[in-house]
Design a protein around this ligand. Structure first.
Ligand SMILES: NC(=O)c1ccc[n+]([C@@H]2O[C@H](COP(=O)([O-])OP(=O)(O)OC[C@H]3O[C@@H](n4cnc5c(N)ncnc54)[C@H](OP(=O)(O)O)[C@@H]3O)[C@@H](O)[C@H]2O)c1
Length: 286
């Protein structure tokens, strides 16, 4: 189990493992720049990296971690199954490839990236049972899902024995995603909030900039702190060293409950989504 970083709180998962509540996301980081960005993040103090087969930069993540000189067990590493590999035999090969790319013999967390309910005859259950194999082999310490809606989670609950440790979903002030988050709270599934600052899209919001000015923090720090106070796990992405450091400095201040509520009230429901709706998303990358 990873040693907690002194400044980053950890969240207890339903399988006995813990995860640092703040990590570093590497979506859309060029494979050739990934090792350097991960190196910056680890220097600043991040101890949790979120990658995916789809991002094509798992190799850079492994390189950045090895170059840091930190012990493997001190860093929490997540990756995700790509959309073309949901069939069990394909998932097994893809997971072998993930470990080979990272250069590790285990990941801390492995996720089904998207449920793809309109593909594979609607079967994501056999995919989940294949992730259960990876966990029982000890090659994925924890397993979870991403972009699962309540109906998808209910189906896993009815047809399988393992409750996902996490559900990684789009959450930010313009899409607070309360229904899926609440299901997680009720069933012991930790919520990971992807695109926590909506890829920058919420940072100019007047409510957020007013709070930021008042508390003497940047808009990004205020929004990231909002997620922390709601109990979600986050991993903002940046390739800008000053922002990587800025996004990490969120554990030396708090928001008033009124400010947490005011930011939550910015929710726009479906209109606030920046990414696709998981009920219809069916893209398989080349
Ligand atoms: N499971 C899924 O389907 C899924 C989908 C999307 C994302 N994710 C995960 O969630 C992570 C984060 O989401 P994301 O990368 O989409 O978006 P994000 O973290 O909300 O935002 C990243 C963008 O904001 C900018 N930025 C970062 N810090 C900033 C700051 N302090 N001030 C101003 N701008 C700032 C970055 O620019 P620079 O890099 O130029 O600094 C980048 O353009 C991903 O990296 C990935 O690990 C998962």
């Amino acid at each position: 189990m990873a040693t907690p970083n002194p400044t980053t709180p950890t969240i207890a998962l339903n399988d006995g493992h813990t995860i640092p509540q703040l990590g570093f996301g590497v979506f859309q980081i060029d494979p050739d720049e990934t090792a350097e960005a991960v190196g910056h993040a680890l220097e600043v103090g991040y101890r949790h990296i979120d990658t995916a087969e789809m991002y094509q930069n798992e190799r850079g993540v492994g390189e950045g971690i090895r170059a840091s000189g930190l012990a493997r067990e001190d860093i929490f590493v997540t990756s995700k199954l790509n959309n073309g590999y949901h069939r069990p035999e394909d998932a097994r090969k893809a997971f072998d490839q993930t470990l080979a790319e990272l250069g590790f013999d285990y990941v801390d967390l492995f996720l089904i990236h998207w449920p793809l309910p309109t593909l594979y005859e609607g079967d994501f259950v056999s995919t989940w049972q294949t992730l259960e194999e990876f966990r029982s082999q000890g090659r994925a310490r924890s397993i979870g899902v991403s972009n699962f809606q309540v109906a998808h989670l209910e189906r896993l609950a009815a047809e399988t024995t393992t409750v996902p440790a996490v559900n990684q979903i789009e959450v930010h002030p313009y899409l607070t995603n309360e229904e899926v988050r609440s299901y997680g709270v009720e069933h012991g599934i930790a919520t990971e909030a992807w695109s926590p600052i909506a890829q920058g899209g919420v940072l100019g919001d007047a409510t957020i900039t007013e709070i930021a000015d008042r508390v003497g923090r940047t808009p990004a720090q205020v929004v990231l702190r909002w997620h922390i106070e709601r109990g979600d796990i986050i991993f903002p992405k940046s390739t800008t060293p000053s922002r990587i450091a800025e996004n990490f400095r969120i554990f030396d201040f708090e928001l008033d409950p009124e400010d947490v509520a005011a930011i939550g009230a910015l929710d726009q429901g479906e209109a606030g989504r920046t990414g696709p709706n998981p009920d219809v998303f069916d893209h398989i990358p080349d």
